[in-house]
Design a protein around this ligand. Structure first.
Ligand SMILES: *[C@@H]1O[C@H](CO)[C@@H](O)[C@H](O)[C@H]1NC(C)=O
Ligand SMILES: *[C@@H]1O[C@H](CO)[C@@H](O)[C@H](O)[C@H]1NC(C)=O
Ligand SMILES: *[C@@H]1O[C@H](CO)[C@@H](O)[C@H](O)[C@H]1NC(C)=O
Ligand SMILES: *[C@@H]1O[C@H](CO)[C@@H](O)[C@H](O)[C@H]1NC(C)=O
Ligand SMILES: *[C@@H]1O[C@H](CO)[C@@H](O)[C@H](O)[C@H]1NC(C)=O
Ligand SMILES: CC(=O)N[C@H]1CO[C@H](CO)[C@@H](O)[C@@H]1O
Length: 481
């Protein structure tokens, strides 16, 4: 599963409605009434290799800024980290509500290589050598530093610093925590929402959490479906793949991974009923479970949700032409070199097919990127600390049904408080995005969460921590003058 999948359907719909129907003058004054606070892009000259002092090669990195809520001159500045996807703008989610509340400016930098921020037109394995979380964090630090300098220039100041706060959900959630860890002088604190801070090689707990989130009845139906699929794949693969509209997936592992992911999405993004209701019903009625599952996959996963079969196709992942469709290849590169999160079947009681194993993932890495590409998770965890991250002033949050939660921080401490939002449709990034987490929900509305109160309580905590850490930061910068 990609961490943060943004269905193309919504993006296209959105682009059409903004660029064609809203006149430019309205876009300015009412720009925060839609799904985005802003989609007006700006460009920043970024260093390609932060670890090579003699190579000053630059590339153009896209960013966004939203100043409507900014309390000039010394309001806080929120940096919202974009991750492994095309960054279309600054989303109007709960962070927008917080910006309004705190009188904050909001800035957001597209992750290097993704979207329009690729240093190369050809994404060959060699050209991907500057794609890493370490380089991305350095990008954020340099951008943060320059943005403050240019703001000071605009305001005719020299030494003042606004109080900064960093936000991220999912992989950007991990970046948000790591940013505060590595550059504590550049942010007063971080929100690390569903932050996958632990690189995991054999991530069997992911599948275990899927089973737990499904509950006994739905889990049993899913497991029975998996068995039937495995059997049919051995006898009549062609017909089986066609019934899932996935004829293109010639490699059986790709097909089985696609099927596993379709179930994951229901729990990760807060739509468990879309999957479990029809499946449990089919089981009770004695109907064909594979048919029921195929219907869910085609109508919901490929239809409503907007997933694409192509993104599971290794031949497509091998395409080296940089485009807005490159995110899958790019994220697999990060998976295959740094963080793994291989979502393999546990040896006992798994939901997914046992053929989605370590070998499948290693073969994919080799087939798509070539010999010798291997995820060094030990180095990653030594570098950042994994769940033993030695940071401070970081809020960690998880959704109870999110399969990713087991790669997040385990224990709460005074300087790194952790919260789990518990409810039947609380998934990935519920604190920021509300429920369900997909389709995208304006202002991360909590009303549709099975327990709006659970969300509200954690949001209240986030505000309290931010209030405290921002004020401590401001006191410090005053006493320095
Ligand atoms: C900054 O200084 C310049 C030149 O002294 C002046 O023209 C401008 O209005 C000042 N800007 C602000 C925001 O004070
Ligand atoms: C991962 O799983 C594979 C297959 O079960 C096993 O051979 C390997 O030792 C495991 N590796 C780690 C680091 O746990
Ligand atoms: C099934 O595949 C066809 C051809 O590849 C495509 O046109 C159609 O939209 C797909 N259906 C769904 C539900 O994705
Ligand atoms: C690779 O991707 C580009 C950009 O999306 C596309 O135009 C091209 O047809 C693709 N090549 C192959 C062989 O699929
Ligand atoms: C396998 O899983 C089942 C169901 O969760 C459990 O009852 C059983 O004890 C497990 N067996 C082993 C060897 O872990
Ligand atoms: C921050 C947080 O809520 N962490 C939780 C994430 O999920 C793991 C595994 O279920 C819990 O142990 C953590 O407490």
């Amino acid at each position: 599963m990609k961490l943060t999948m943004i269905p193309c359907f919504y993006l296209y719909f959105f682009c059409v409605s903004v660029f064609i129907f809203i006149p430019p003058t309205l876009t300015h004054t009412h720009s925060h009434s839609g799904n985005y606070l802003t989609t007006q892009q700006h460009w920043f000259s970024q260093t390609l290799d932060h670890y090579s002092p003699h190579d000053r090669t630059q590339f153009q990195q896209r960013y966004y800024e939203f100043l409507d809520f900014f309390r000039t001159p010394d309001g806080p500045i929120f940096m919202v980290i974009c991750g492994e996807y095309v960054c279309q703008g600054i989303k109007n989610d709960y962070i927008g509500v917080l910006a309004n509340k705190f009188g904050a400016a909001v800035v957001s930098l597209e992750h290097r290589y993704y979207g329009k921020s690729s240093p190369f037109k050809l994404l060959t394995t060699t050209n991907l050598r500057y794609l890493s979380s370490k380089q991305a964090l350095f990008d954020l630090a340099v951008f943060r530093h320059s943005y403050q300098e240019s703001l000071n220039a605009k305001l005719n100041r020299t030494t003042e610093e606004n109080p900064w706060f960093v936000f991220g959900v999912s992989y950007p959630g991990a970046l948000s925590a790591w940013f505060r860890l590595k550059f504590p002088h550049l942010t007063c604190g971080s929100l690390a929402s569903s932050a996958v801070v632990l690189a995991v090689y054999n991530f069997t707990e992911f599948d275990q959490q899927v089973g737990e989130s499904a509950g006994p009845e739905c889990k049993a139906a899913l497991q029975e479906t998996t068995k039937l699929v495995d059997k049919k794949l051995a006898t009549n693969a062609k017909e089986l793949k066609a019934s899932f509209n996935a004829t293109d997936l010639k490699i059986d592992g790709d097909f089985l991974y696609f099927l596993a992911d379709a179930a994951v999405t229901a729990f990760q993004y807060g739509n468990p009923d879309k999957l479990c209701n029809p499946l449990v019903k089919a089981k009770k009625a004695g109907d064909d479970l594979v048919d029921a599952y195929a219907k869910y996959v085609k109508e919901y996963y490929l239809g409503t949700y907007g997933a694409s079969v192509q993104s599971y196709n290794q031949n497509y992942l091998k395409n080296t032409t940089a485009s807005e469709d490159s995110s899958d290849r790019l994220w697999w590169f990060q998976v295959c070199t740094e963080v793994a999160y291989f979502q393999v079947a546990p040896s006992n009681d798994s939901v997914r097919s046992s053929k989605v194993d370590t070998r499948y993932h290693l073969d994919l890495c080799k087939n798509v990127f070539g010999e010798g590409v291997f995820p060094d998770v030990d180095s990653t965890n030594i570098y950042y600390g994994g769940t033993r991250i030695a940071g401070s002033k970081i809020v960690f949050t998880n959704g109870s049904q999110d399969p990713w939660r087991r790669a997040s921080k385990q224990v709460s401490s005074p300087s790194m408080p952790s919260y789990t939002i518990t409810c039947s449709n609380c998934g990935h990034g519920t604190d920021v995005r509300g429920c369900p987490q997909s389709p995208f929900n304006i202002e991360g509305n909590e009303k549709n969460c099975a327990s709006p109160d659970a969300v509200r309580k954690v949001r209240q905590k986030i505000v309290e921590h931010m209030d405290l850490w921002l004020s401590e930061c401001q006191d410090k910068s005053k006493s320095c003058i």
